[in-house]
Design a protein around this ligand. Structure first.
Ligand code: SF4
Ligand code: SF4
Length: 414
C-alpha cells in the first residue's frame, strides 16, 4: 500500500501518446499550484510514507522538492519517486542520494523504441530519450540503480524490435538494474489502439520472449512472471495490485494525495477524466460478478485461472468499463497456461490444477460478499483458522501497487 503524492497532478513535460492519464488532460484537469503544508498533513492522515508521482514529479521546483524529500526522510526514513527521467539533473541526483530516494523510471526502450513517449517533435523526443537513458546510467554509476517500468506496444515489441529490447535489458542488467516491470498497453481510445496496440498474438509472443529472456538474466527480475508463478503456487502475499481484486472506487493499493491534500484513487480507473473522490467503503462486486458472468459477456466464469487473475486490473477492463474483465484476457490466460505447464512438469501442483481450487474460490466469494479481500495465501490461512475456530472475521492484507517493480514503491507512467 502506498501514498502517491501528486503535487501537480497529471502535469507532464512530455506527451506519451498512450498515457492512461490523457483523459484527465483532455478534460483540462491539470492543476498549476499546490500547498506543501496541506499535502504533508494529508500524507500524515494517510499514514505515509509517500511516493512522489505525476504526471512528471520532477516538474515540482527544486526548492519545494527538497522541502518534501527532507520532510519525507525525517518523517518516514526514506523516499521514493516515479519519473520519466528526462529532467534529472545534478541537483536531483544529489537530492536522491541525500534523502534516500528510491527512483523508478518509466521508459519503453532505447532510442527510437521509446518514440511513443513523445516530446513534441521527433528531434525533441530522441533528445528526451537520450537524457532518460543517461540518467539511468548515471544513477547506476552512483550505486543507486533505478527500477524501470516498460510498456510494451507496437513501437517496441513486434518482431524486429524484440531482439533490440532484449539486448537493452542485458545491458541494463550489466549496469546494475535489478527490477523492471513489463506493462501490457492500456488502450484508452480507438486512436491509441490503432496506433500502438499489439494483437493478442503479438502480445503473447512479446511477453513469452521476455519470459525466455528472464531465464537467462541472472540479477535483473521481470516481476510479472514472478507474480504469476507465486499466484499459481498460492504464495502471493507480495504480488502487485493488478492480481488482487482492486475496487476501482477505493484502489486500496493506491491512496492518492493531490496538491491541496485532497484524496484520490489510482488514475488508471479515471476513464472520464475526473479524479473522483475516494469512496469510504471498499466493495468487491466486480469480482463476484466476474465469477458469475460467462466469458462471452465480459466475465470470467469457468476460468481455472480466476483465483490468480481475478479479471486483472479494472483500469484495463474491456471498453473502459470496470465491470468487465481485462482486455488482456488472452495474454494472461496464455501465460498462466504456460507457467502452469512448467510447474506441472517440475512436479508441482499449481492451484489452477488442484482439487483445493473450488474450496479456495468459495472462500474468496464469501470474503468478497462480506466486503473484504486478501491474497490466496491469506485465504488459505483463514480457511485453516476456520477449521479450528468458528470466529468470524477475515484477514485483510495489503497489496503492492501494480505500477512499481519493487517493494513499496508504487505507480507510474510518469
Ligand atoms: S493499477 Fe489497477 S489494480 Fe492497481 S490500484 Fe490501479 S486500478 Fe487498482
Ligand atoms: S484469464 Fe481471462 S477469463 Fe481468466 S480470470 Fe483472467 S481475465 Fe478472467
Amino acid at each position: 500500500m502506498s501514498v502517491e503524492l501528486r503535487p501537480l497532478g497529471v502535469a507532464c513535460n512530455i506527451q506519451c501518446q498512450y498515457c492512461y492519464q490523457n483523459p484527465q488532460r483532455d478534460a483540462g484537469n491539470v492543476p498549476r499550484s499546490y500547498d506543501l503544508d496541506a499535502m504533508k498533513a494529508a500524507v500524515e492522515r494517510e499514514g505515509g510514507p509517500f511516493t512522489l508521482f505525476g504526471g512528471e514529479a520532477l516538474l515540482v521546483p527544486e526548492a519545494d522538492l527538497e522541502d518534501l524529500l527532507a520532510w519525507g526522510l525525517e518523517r518516514y526514513g526514506s523516499n521514493s519517486i516515479q519519473t520519466n527521467g528526462v529532467l534529472i539533473n545534478d541537483a536531483h541526483a544529489r537530492m536522491f542520494r541525500q534523502y534516500k530516494v528510491d527512483v523508478g523510471i518509466s521508459i519503453d526502450g532505447p532510442g527510437e523504441l521509446n518514440d511513443a513517449r513523445w516530446a513534441g517533435t521527433l528531434e525533441r523526443t530522441r533528445e528526451a530519450t537520450a537524457k532518460a537513458e543517461a540518467a539511468i546510467e548515471r544513477l547506476c554509476g552512483e550505486g543507486t540503480p533505478p527500477s524501470l517500468i516498460i510498456t510494451l506496444h507496437r513501437g517496441n515489441a513486434t518482431g524486429a524490435a524484440l531482439p533490440t529490447m532484449h539486448d537493452w535489458l542485458r545491458r541494463l542488467q550489466a549496469m546494475g538494474i535489478r527490477n523492471a516491470r513489463l506493462h501490457a498497453l492500456e488502450v484508452e481510445s480507438d486512436d491509441v489502439g490503432a496506433a500502438y496496440a499489439l494483437t493478442p498474438e503479438e502480445n503473447m509472443a512479446a511477453f513469452t520472449s521476455f519470459a525466455r529472456l528472464e531465464a537467462d538474466l541472472t540479477t535483473l527480475r521481470l516481476d510479472v512472471f514472478d507474480d504469476m508463478r507465486n499466484l499459481l503456487r498460492g504464495t502471493d502475499d507480495q504480488t502487485t495490485c493488478v492480481w488482487n481484486a482492486c475496487d476501482p472506487y477505493t484502489t486500496r493499493a493506491v491512496r492518492g494525495v493531490e496538491g491541496y491534500g485532497q484524496a484520490s484513487n489510482c488514475g488508471r480507473t479515471n476513464k472520464d477524466g475526473i479524479d473522483f473522490v475516494k469512496a469510504p467503503v471498499e466493495g468487491f462486486e466486480r469480482y463476484l460478478a466476474l465469477y458469475a458472468t460467462p466469458q462471452e459477456h465480459g466475465g470470467c466464469s469457468g476460468c481455472r485461472f480466476f483465483l490468480m487473475c481475478k479479471g486483472q486490473c479494472p483500469g484495463t477492463a474491456i471498453d473502459g468499463d470496470w465491470r468487465n474483465r481485462t482486455e488482456h484476457c488472452d495474454l494472461w490466460k496464455g501465460l498462466f497456461r504456460g507457467l502452469e505447464e512448467q510447474l506441472l512438469d517440475a512436479g508441482e501442483v499449481p492451484l489452477s490444477a488442484s482439487p483445493e481450487r473450488a474450496d479456495v474460490e468459495a472462500a474468496f466469494l464469501e470474503l468478497w460478499a462480506a466486503g473484504q479481500t486478501t491474497s490466496i495465501a491469506g485465504v488459505k490461512r483463514w480457511m485453516a483458522e476456520q477449521h479450528e475456530s468458528t470466529a468470524v472475521g477475515a484477514p485483510l492484507g495489503d497489496v503492492e501497487h501494480g505500477d512499481a517493480p519493487h517493494g513499496d514503491v508504487p505507480h507510474g507512467d510518469a
